[in-house]
Design a protein around this ligand. Sequence first.
Ligand code: 5GP
Ligand code: ZN
Length: 114
Amino acid sequence: MDDCIFCRIAAGQIPCDKVYEDEQALAFRDIAPQAPVHMLVVPKAHMRNVAECERDHPELVGCLFSLAARLAAQEGLAKGGFRLVTNCGPDAAQSVDHFHIHILGGGQLSGRMA
Ligand code: 5GP
Ligand code: ZN
């Protein structure tokens, strides 16, 4: 999708601080970090959110969460802990309509979820 920022990052048209890449996924650091460590895991193929991923590529949901947990450990977050979040749709304030999982950690996070 030409007008999707994460599709353009996945296509190499917009630079990112990449931490991981394989055939189906990409992980990079968030441009406006909300924690000392803030990374995003995205599928390379365009899908709007976790609900659309579950509908069209159900096996990918688990793969991407598994990758997110692995990258959190790789980043040294396993001991202190970390948070995986995916916003889905307007009520969740999803701002980029390309499925992504936030990996947040590296310090004490807020106890509030919403
Ligand atoms: P959402 O609010 O949709 O769950 O999260 C979107 C995230 O994407 C935000 O944390 C925002 O900072 C991040 N983001 C938006 N545009 C870019 C970009 O061009 N590059 C990177 N690395 N992150 C971005
Ligand atoms: Zn996209």
